[in-house]
Design a binder for this molecule. Structure first.
Ligand SMILES: N[C@](CCCC[B-](O)(O)O)(CCN1CCC(O)CC1)C(=O)O
Ligand SMILES: [Mn+2]
Ligand SMILES: [Mn+2]
Ligand SMILES: [Mn+2]
Length: 305
């Protein structure tokens, strides 16, 4: 596996300080060395630098819209570069608003994508339905063709065009979906495996049906967008919006092992690790180590040895 790593120390898609420390914490836990240790060729492209955006007043309910737009424009260009260098892209967040730039940049270089969104949340609120104004809860709505008419013109977002079809998105891990998001998911017929389905089917069947859905027409490169809050807070407590009843460590690893063996993984986001949300050092370590192990699973580590 040839891997290109981008650090995106960005936090303005939500309100909790600390998530910008994610990239360096994940690196400090040995991600690069461990990937090399399992035979990967790794290029670390370093951290993006996000300049202060002055007077970034809310627009309607949207918080920090200009900073989020600019950060994602930069990220999109960086992801494109990693892809043009022939690497599988690893984007280390930072909050989940960064998926906007990550997926857009990936789509520029790979056109048709399948997106696997592993998350406790659907992140598909529109600027009009968002209950918080936090753009990390809206990322998917900015990316899909079917909601294009629901996204207003926002300063610093003029570079963005929808680039994913609703049929090409699959969710795993949902357990905290706002009513308006639920309506959107149903209305668009988006494939979802909530924690109910994970319990009912078991993760192996969930992955089988996820792949059946993604490969039902043509096989496309896969963009895995992994929000660490998909895991149960007993595993990954150091995150901004923890929700009880999440994926076990083993289920998370199974997802990444399974996606790896498709041979189609083209980019992965690992977001929402926030050390300031951990009560103890151990909570932070558990969260960061889970993030690292999930990424190792994406790139060939298997538990059988
Ligand atoms: N859906 C939420 C959470 C988004 C989480 C984003 B992430 O990247 O972490 O997936 C709002 C969640 N909801 C707000 C009202 C509360 O009572 C319950 C939680 C939103 O802010 O849109
Ligand atoms: Mn978040
Ligand atoms: Mn989430
Ligand atoms: Mn998310």
């Amino acid at each position: 596996h040839c891997v290109g790593i981008i650090g995106a120390p960005f936090s303005k898609g939500q309100q909790r300080d600390g998530v910008q420390k994610g990239p360096d914490l994940i690196r400090a836990a040995g991600l690069v060395q461990k990937l090399k240790g399992q035979g990967c060729v790794v290029k670390d492209y370093g951290n993006l630098t996000f300049e202060e955006v002055p007077s970034d007043e809310p627009i309607g309910r949207l918080k920090s819209p200009r900073a989020v737009g600019r950060a994602n424009e930069l990220l999109a260009g960086a992801v494109q570069k990693v892809k043009s260098d022939g690497n599988t892209c690893v984007m280390l967040g930072g909050d989940h608003s960064l998926a906007i730039g990550s997926i857009f940049g990936h789509a520029i270089s790979r056109h048709e994508l399948s997106v696997l969104w592993v998350d406790a949340h659907a992140d598909i609120n529109t600027p009009l339905t968002t209950p918080t104004g936090n753009i990390h809860g809206q990322s998917v709505s900015y990316l899909i063709h079917e909601l294009h008419s629901k996204i207003p013109i926002i300063p610093n977002f003029s570079w963005l065009k929808p680039c994913v079809a609703a049929k090409d998105i699959v969710y795993i891990g949902l357990r905290d979906v706002d009513p308006e998001e639920h309506y959107i998911l149903k209305y668009l017929g988006i494939k979802t495996f909530s924690m109910t389905e994970v319990d009912r089917l078991g993760i192996a069947k969930v992955m089988e049906q996820t792949c059946d859905h993604m490969f039902s027409k043509v096989k496309k490169p896969i963009h895995l967008s992994f929000d660490i809050d998909a895991l149960d807070p007993s595993v990954s407590p150091a995150t901004g919006t923890p929700v009880a009843g999440g994926l076990t460590y083993r289920e998370g690893i199974y997802i990444t092992e399974h996606i790896c063996q498709t041979g189609l993984l083209s980019a992965v986001d690992m977001v929402e690790v926030n050390p300031k949300q951990g009560k103890t050092e151990d909570e932070i370590k558990s969260t960061v180590n889970a993030a690292v192990d999930l990424l190792l699973g994406c790139f060939g580590r298997v538990r059988e040895g």
